[in-house]
Design a protein around this ligand. Structure first.
Ligand code: NDP
Length: 433
């Protein structure tokens, strides 16, 4: 806090992790202190901040700021998405990169933690403007990344279009055709099921948790926030597993459709037209559309926050409990505030934290890296099956870690400890670096 006072999201994420690690650290206090293991863990190996100049359609030069935080390479090359959103600053990228270390470790795959982004807003920009930005961003970033060093991916505001422009620019400058980015288009090295992976994975882990309690998604009402990549495919998989998703939202408003969200309409509005959710009523006149936020006020069994950080606060948590919600699984990164998490857990709600619940995206990105390395493409079914196995494993690992340290059912503690154990083991083995 003293060194980086203007990074509240990073402090929030670091505090949560460090508190959970207490039982592990207490058991080995002297070693942790002497080797400064926690100090090394919270300090990124490297953080980059750079100018991104580009020319808009009026001929005006615009200047944005680019970031890449290469947090930890203890267990593999840095891996984590690129966020393009006006709210982006170093503290947000650091919080995301820090969380990514543990998430990537939980997948069981050899990937380190990193994150990047810019305060550029793709919304309302022409394709040419987005390309100009992406090319300028990559012109600087390409000096620091590579298929064996750092492999960025998509995140908020970075989808297939942006990844394509960045990949093209990387290839042009570096002169190598390699899997330097994931989330690529299928015609140039992308993986089937990557687009669906985070949303699908969220439902797979929720299903595995319910199964462990003799329950299932069948007949459950599900409330979802967000209307982007994660939310859309969470809704799709919720239907496939027998649930009924009734809400979605964007940054201007939210939809309640009592008969269940019309997935085809949602995809057309968001993926094809890149429009606002207010258009949803044109497709479904009986649905409700409200300006502002309000998804968490709807009665349901399961809540899936899939938009952005700190979108579910204490008042929302009280509304969820009052409305009978029994499960909250985070599709977004840190969407639930600490007070809201505490309240949900204290009131018997099963809480699956993002670093476990949304790890399906990065896990499938690692599968994309494997396919690129062997220059082969796997079928949708093969990738999807691996994803299901990975999510089931993550659930059992976090469940067992929580039990081992006497926190049965606390998946926040379980996820932090299970993710941490492998990283700290690798740090110890590699000496003081
Ligand atoms: P998208 O850009 O595809 O969608 C984001 C959605 O959230 C949009 O509906 C957007 O609305 C809404 N949103 C974003 N910021 C805000 C805000 N400040 N207030 C209200 N609504 C907001 O991103 P993704 O779906 O890819 O990412 C969603 C979350 O999931 C993020 O936390 C991301 O880090 C996390 N995540 C994503 C993964 C992936 O594979 N994509 C993997 C793991 C985690 P609008 O369009 O109006 O801005």
């Amino acid at each position: 806090v003293r060194e980086n006072p203007n990074e509240p999201e990073f402090h929030q994420a670091a505090k949560e992790v460090l508190n959970s690690l207490r039982p592990v650290v207490d058991a080995n206090e002297e070693k942790f202190r002497k080797d400064a293991l926690l100090e090394r863990l919270v300090n990124p190996e490297r953080q980059l901040k750079f100018r991104v100049p580009w020319v808009d359609d009026k001929g005006q030069v615009q200047v944005n700021t680019g970031y890449r935080v290469q947090y930890s390479s203890a267990i593999g090359p840095y891996k984590g998405g690129i966020r393009l959103h006006p709210s982006v600053n170093l503290g947000i990228i650091k919080f995301l990169g820090f969380e990514q270390i543990f998430k990537n470790s939980l997948t069981g795959l050899p990937i380190g933690g990193g994150k990047g982004g810019s305060d550029f807003d793709p919304k309302g920009k022409s394709d040419r403007e987005v390309m100009a930005f992406c090319q300028s961003f990559m012109t600087e970033l390409c000096k620091y990344i590579g298929a064996d060093t750092d492999v960025p991916a998509g995140d908020i505001g970075t989808g297939a279009r942006e990844i394509g422009y960045m990949f093209g620019q990387y290839k042009r400058i570096r002169g190598v055709y390699e899997g330097v980015l994931t989330g690529k288009g299928l015609s140039y090295g992308g993986s089937l099921a990557r687009k669906e992976a985070t949303g699908y994975g969220l439902l797979y882990i929720t299903q595995e948790m319910l199964k462990s309690k003799g329950d299932s998604l069948q007949g459950k009402t599900v409330i979802v926030s967000g209307a982007g990549n994660v939310a859309t495919y969470a809704i799709e998989k919720a239907y496939q597993l027998g649930g009924k998703p009734v809400t979605c939202s964007d940054s201007t408003g939210w939809v309640y459709d009592a008969e269940g969200i019309d997935l085809a309409a949602l995809k057309e509005i968001k993926e094809v037209k890149r429009a606002r959710l207010s258009e949803y009523k044109n497709y479904r006149p009986n649905a409700e559309y409200h300006e502002g936020r309000g998804v968490w006020s709807v009665k349901a069994d399961i809540a899936l926050p899939c938009a952005t950080q700190n979108e579910l606060n204490l008042d929302d948590a009280k509304a969820l409990v009052a409305n009978g919600v029994k499960v909250v699984a985070e599709g977004a990164n840190m969407p639930t505030t600490q007070e809201a998490t505490d309240y949900l857990q204290a009131n018997g709600v099963v809480f699956l934290p993002g670093k476990a619940a949304n790890a399906g995206g990065v896990a499938t990105s690692a599968l994309e890296m494997s396919q690129n390395s062997e220059r082969l493409s796997w079928s949708f079914e093969e990738v999807d099956q691996k994803l299901q196995g990975i999510m089931a494993n993550i659930f059992h690992n976090i469940d067992n870690a929580a039990k081992k340290y006497g926190f049965e059912g606390n998946y926040v503690v379980g996820a932090n400890i299970a993710g941490f154990e492998k990283v700290v083991d690798a740090m110890n083995a590699q000496g003081i670096v």
